[in-house]
Design a protein. Structure first.
Length: 216
């Protein structure tokens, strides 16, 4: 039975974490990248973490961080997974001895299969839209046709996903997981439970369709 995992990224409020967990979201992302409008302090992150029930993974997201800062976040918060959204090498990602996602952005000239090779230890490859001006959270999709088959690690599909397009994305790409941020927001960092509920429903409908095809 196929079940696409769902991560919601860029939370800034405990109430959104509580609502997302109640709606069955598997993982919640906290952005530790200061220029982002979704950036959280350690104190804010601690308040959000307190609202997260057991068995929902808290993901700490960084863009080219200092190793000491990552260590501090891991020490202070119940982080279950790291997400590296910059140009971090595989050695850098591995040093914390924690599960991690490596974000790869779909630059026009990217050879994804090649770029993925060093990240054999990653739990997944998070494929996101490329915009030179922003490392993530763009709210824009990329061409899913450009994803090569047979990537060595599970795909977490990101970039401009919302209730209206996520079903098509799952049917076409068949990712292990999906990641949405802007598509469930009313303002940067402020998630809307109804938008999350719509997204979850669309994901489950796509899963049901794929499962019925597998059964045939
Ligand atoms: O959310 C941000 O502001 C952000 C800033 C810098 C790096 C990553 C960031 N967000 C990552 C995500 O929210 C998602 O993993 C992904 O980029 C999808 O975002 P969206 O297109 O908004 O759904």
């Amino acid at each position: 039975m196929l079940r696409t995992r769902i991560k919601i990224c860029g939370l800034t409020r405990p109430c959104d974490a509580e609502a997302a967990a109640a709606l069955g979201i598997d993982a919640l992302g906290l952005v530790f990248y200061n220029p982002s409008p979704r950036s959280v302090s350690l104190a804010q992150a601690a308040d959000i973490a307190a609202a997260v029930p057991p068995f929902v993974t808290l993901v700490a997201l960084f863009v080219n961080p200092e190793a000491q800062f990552v260590e501090r976040v891991i020490e202070k918060l119940p982080i279950g997974m790291l997400q590296f959204h910059g140009d971090e090498s595989s050695n850098f990602c591995e040093q914390f001895r924690m599960p991690y996602l490596k974000a790869l952005r779909m630059r026009p000239d990217v050879d994804l299969a090649q770029e993925a090779i060093p990240y054999r230890s990653a739990s997944g490859l998070l494929l996101d839209t490329y915009r030179p001006e922003a490392p993530g959270g763009t709210g824009e999709t990329f061409s899913w046709d450009a994803i090569p088959p047979g990537l060595t690690r599970p795909v977490v599909l990101a970039g401009g996903l919302h209730a209206g397009n996520i079903g098509q994305a799952i049917t076409q790409v068949r990712p292990a997981a999906v990641d949405a941020s802007t598509g469930v927001e009313v303002a940067p960092g402020e998630k809307d439970p109804r938008m999350i509920a719509g997204l979850v429903q669309a994901v489950r409908e796509a899963d049901d369709q794929l499962n019925s095809e597998i059964d045939e």
